[in-house]
Design a protein around this ligand. Sequence first.
Ligand code: 5AD
Length: 451
Amino acid sequence: MNARDSEAVAAMLRHRGYSMVDSEYEADIVLLNTCAVRDQAEQKAIGKTGHLIKHKRNRPNFIIGIMGCMAQNRGRGILDQLPDLDLLVGTQKFHRIPDHLDSLIHSANGLGPQPGTIVDLEDEEGSQNTICDHDPDQRQVSAFVSIMQGCNMSCTFCIVPKTRGRERCRPIAEIVEEIESLASQGTREVTLLGQIVTSYGRRELPFKNGKSPFVQLLEKIQELPEIKCIRFTSPHPRGFKKDLIEAYRGLSKLCEYVHLPMQSGSNRILRAMNRPYTAKRYKQIVSELRTVVPSMYISTDIIVGFPGETEDDFQETRALFMDIAFDMAYIFKYSIRTETPAAILPHQVPQEVKEARNQILLDILTQNSMSRNQTLLGSTQEVLVEGPARKGEGMYSGRTRGNRKVNFSGTPRLIGKLVPVEIEKVSSSSLYGSLVLHGMETDKPLTTKKL
Ligand code: 5AD
């Protein structure tokens, strides 16, 4: 979400005549887009800003701004720590950044009054529709598309409802138009973004033939001929109803990868988190998904050390985590977020217990991920080629429909194409293989020639 917001702001700024430089040390302006989900992210942003602000001593016209969730969360309070900040922009004001920078530059050139720090943190109706710019010079085989902003849930650990506001969705037609425009410039895969995409349009748009607005949106994207792969993040288990499960049967472009935040495997903790499902229901959704698509890749978010999490609670999480055998997971140590209900709960879990639980789940994950990848050895996977690999001359990389990264030897003309790759080597996080020239036989060793 943050990467997409940053990208949209960068595109707006390029449009206004600004250009990007490779390094923060060459920049006249640095904007830090920030996260507030955990304290560590906020501390990192504050540290980084403090470091960059030192540039102002030698370059008085250097502009530094903080945007996004931490700006929204901490508000003007940030200025107590960082009084030299030029710009503080909240999550509903990204589109105002070009104007704010123009006025800062204007005043720095002596052409306007000294504005001090510009602070813009108010809610703005319709702001969800402003995250739609992409840079036409940056060819993106795989693009993020923001379909909604905000969250109406009230998970007791989470700061996001405060930082992102209430749920607001973009109209289907505008989203489709954005994707068509991306497709005309070479995009072949889209990842639809929202805090809880399964809530998309729930209040504004009607169900049609028993299908939620989100599934209707997926169906519209399925019809776009140049788009080959559709992904989304994140759904809420509560929103994973039959229509969405069935979409995996009906929509060929919907990739068999679901990121489904579980948070905990203990019903007691789920209740304390105000997550409206049980471990049993979570398991049932996964099993329904695997019934429709047996090879479904499933990833999740887990929080260890939520206040009051006992060893027994953790063992329940561990058991469910092993049982589901996640292909990927983001495991977080609970972090106190001021003004959230969980922050003041008794029985906060000691840091070393959180560390230990985190490590136990990470070890299980590495094993699961490795054994899943090993099952792919010798198979041929459909890979959307995204660009040159980070390492290796002539090496290219892309992802399978299950969202596994694959590196292989290729040529630039393959970028943006779906190609068959035979998997020859695996690690727990990546796959390595060779392009198959003819035919495509999934999940079977191939006899065809290799490049
Ligand atoms: N502490 C730790 N992890 C958190 N998350 C959200 N809030 C907190 C918190 N206070 C995690 C959840 C969520 C992911 C985006 O971040 O697992 O799904």
